[in-house]
Design a binder for this molecule. Structure first.
Ligand SMILES: [Zn+2]
Length: 312
């Protein structure tokens, strides 16, 4: 009799165990994660241009725009003219910077005078007043600061990061008729590592730049201004996901940041991926961008804590 009872219970236990494991694997399979880069791209690339010669916005910015990309122009505030200049030494003027910002480029701060900031006493003027002047003239406060000569001190860095989201130091130079094979190899290395490739240029040959961008546009990399990528990385690190699977193929998703996070990060779009086997096209409320990519659903949203309902 005992044997018969065991024989009756055991299949039932196996059945409940099966159910429990199935439910567990369904939940873990759907556990959402924030993608390393926007749109679940493999790597991020930022083109940064220092010192503000007019050719940056007149020649290089349109080449980026032709490929749907935007760059960062680090300007020297004290050398920025009020009106467009002509000639080979023309600097980008304030009206040209305003136009570039309106087209989506980042205008970054490269100090007021471009002195070595390890050797000056008026750091407030070089770092804080210059940021304020950019905000007044361009209409947007600079997210990023690039160090003159790529040199800083801990004190200067601390002051800088109280007034900017990000600072940029040295990166290998990308200048002149840069070897396209080398540029490509660097991009592929960043893709293999899932990393952020930052380009630092003073002047890159237009034709060489265009041919590199034409190659880049076909690859799964996120090309965005320095401050935009820095904001994504910072928001990603501070984000908390709340996910409730309310049905077999859907649920409620909200992303929040900690209370100390800067306001800029709360407006930074993050991409969340949820494993979602099948072929159903996902839906959500209007205003949220969702799409299926293979066995996953990708959701672009800002980390403001608002719950987004999803079905697929
Ligand atoms: Zn410089």
């Amino acid at each position: 009799m005992q044997h018969a009872a065991v024989a009756w219970v055991a299949p039932a236990m196996r059945f409940y165990l099966f159910l429990a494991l199935t439910a567990y694997s369904a939940l873990t399979a759907a556990e959402p994660q924030i993608c390393r880069w926007l749109g679940d791209k493999t790597a991020a690339v930022s083109f940064t241009f220092d010192d503000g010669p007019a050719v940056h916005v007149r020649d290089l910015a349109p080449r980026l725009e032709a490929n749907g990309m935007r760059g960062t122009f680090f300007i020297i505030v004290g050398r920025t003219p009020d009106a467009p200049q002509t000639g080979p030494k023309a600097m980008i003027s304030w009206p040209e910077l305003r136009d570039a910002a309106q087209r989506g480029h980042e205008i970054g701060n490269h100090s007021w005078t471009h002195r070595d900031l390890r050797k000056v006493t008026d750091l407030d003027h070089e770092i804080v007043a210059s940021a304020e002047r950019i905000r007044e003239q361009v209409g947007v406060a600079p997210l990023s600061f690039a160090w003159p000569f790529c040199k800083s001190t801990p004190e200067a860095k601390a002051l800088c990061l109280r007034h900017h989201l990000a600072e940029r130091g040295y990166h290998p130079l990308y200048e002149g008729t840069y070897d396209p094979a080398k540029a490509l190899a660097e991009t592929e290395a960043a893709m293999a590592a899932g990393s952020w490739l930052v380009r630092l240029s003073h002047g890159i040959d237009g034709a060489a730049f265009s041919s590199h961008l034409a190659d880049l546009v076909s690859r799964p990399v996120w090309v965005a201004p320095y401050g935009t990528v820095a904001a994504y990385a910072a928001a990603r690190e501070r984000a908390k996901i709340a996910w409730t699977a309310t049905e077999a193929s859907g649920g409620s998703l909200a992303v929040t940041l900690d209370d100390q996070a800067p306001a800029t990060l709360r407006q930074t779009t993050l991409t969340v991926a949820i494993a979602a086997p099948g072929t159903e096209v996902p839906t959500s409320e209007p205003g949220t961008i969702v799409r299926r990519v293979g066995e996953r659903v990708l959701i672009d949203l800002i980390p403001d804590g608002r719950a987004v309902r999803l079905r697929w």
